[in-house]
Write a protein that binds this ligand. Structure first.
Ligand SMILES: Nc1ncnc2c1ncn2[C@@H]1O[C@H](COP(=O)(O)OP(=O)(O)OP(=O)(O)O)[C@@H](O)[C@H]1O
Ligand SMILES: [Mg+2]
Length: 263
């Protein structure tokens, strides 16, 4: 039975990088993992897979406009990591933007998640900062077995929580169960002051210059498996925390509102 985990949180808090890092860790035991995003501001496929050129015909947007969610049709929109055959990505591709597609339909997203859940062990959704503006993110926050909520350690992160959480008060979003992550922490970050306002976090992820450099040059995906952060103490600590977060994700129990009970 596959598990679906939504990565959600404030803008620039590391949703994408943390989601991909956890995905990499989950493949260590030969689990098959997919990371999905409908980000149309910075289409996700060129971010996840900078070395691949992927045509619109193979984008998630194209698939969600169709009515065919058989695995034979879904599989060629799953793009494998060049060095990891157990890690795949789905998303929009270069040249696609908010005008390329009409908004995506909830029932199609559920059909897609059902198909994926039969073939894969983990479905990780790299959500939009504002889930009310993105049907994949909203549906993921509702149906995921668990959500990982990342915020930046600053006033912007605090403001994000106080603005966005009231939009998700319906019990179906299970916000009280979110795994809480304070991300991108530098020595100057006011961690204690943030915790005073928000409560404690389950995970504290340090800022690592190695991770930052790999991400901006478009090669972050190659780093996690090769322990190339060991030269940077914060990168090493980041990787350790990500391992613990991946373990926590593995322990997440399936909820009774999984995708099979929704239609
Ligand atoms: N632990 C970290 N160490 C160093 N840099 C980090 C870390 N986490 C995130 N970053 C950097 O912060 C920036 C934002 O990260 P990322 O794109 O993953 O966040 P996001 O929440 O997905 O952003 P968006 O809201 O745009 O989708 C990137 O430049 C990334 O490299
Ligand atoms: Mg992102």
């Amino acid at each position: 039975m596959s598990k679906t985990i939504a990565f959600w949180g404030s803008s620039g808090s590391g949703k994408t990088i943390n989601c991909v890092a956890v995905a990499e860790k989950l493949t260590d035991e030969q689990n098959k993992v997919v990371v999905i995003s409908t980000d149309s501001q910075s289409p996700a496929l060129p971010v996840y897979l900078p070395s691949k050129e992927i045509l619109t015909a193979y984008s998630l947007g194209n698939l969600l406009m169709s009515n065919n969610f058989a695995f034979s049709n879904v599989s060629d929109k799953l793009h494998l990591h060049p060095d990891n055959p157990n890690l795949a990505f789905m998303g929009l591709t270069q040249g696609e933007n908010i005008t390329t597609y009409n908004s995506f339909e909830r029932d199609k997203i559920i059909k897609l998640m059902k198909t994926l859940s039969l073939e894969l062990d983990y479905i990780l959704i790299d959500c939009n900062t504002q889930p009310l503006l993105d049907m994949l993110s909203l549906t993921a926050l509702e149906l995921a077995d668990e959500a990982v909520r990342c915020i930046t350690p600053d006033n912007k992160g605090i403001q994000f929580l106080s603005t966005q959480l009231p939009l998700l008060t319906d019990s179906k979003f299970k916000t009280d169960r979110h795994i809480k992550v304070l991300s991108n922490i530098t020595p100057k970050s006011p961690v204690d002051a943030v915790c005073k306002r928000t409560g404690d976090f389950d995970f504290y992820l340090p800022y690592s210059v190695d991770i930052y450099e790999k991400f901006i040059e478009g090669s972050e995906l190659k780093g996690f498996r090769k322990q190339s952060f060991l030269n940077d103490n914060n990168g090493y600590r980041y990787e350790q925390e990500i391992s613990k977060l991946a373990e926590r994700v593995k322990q997440v129990a399936d909820t009774d509102s999984d995708t099979e009970s929704t239609d």
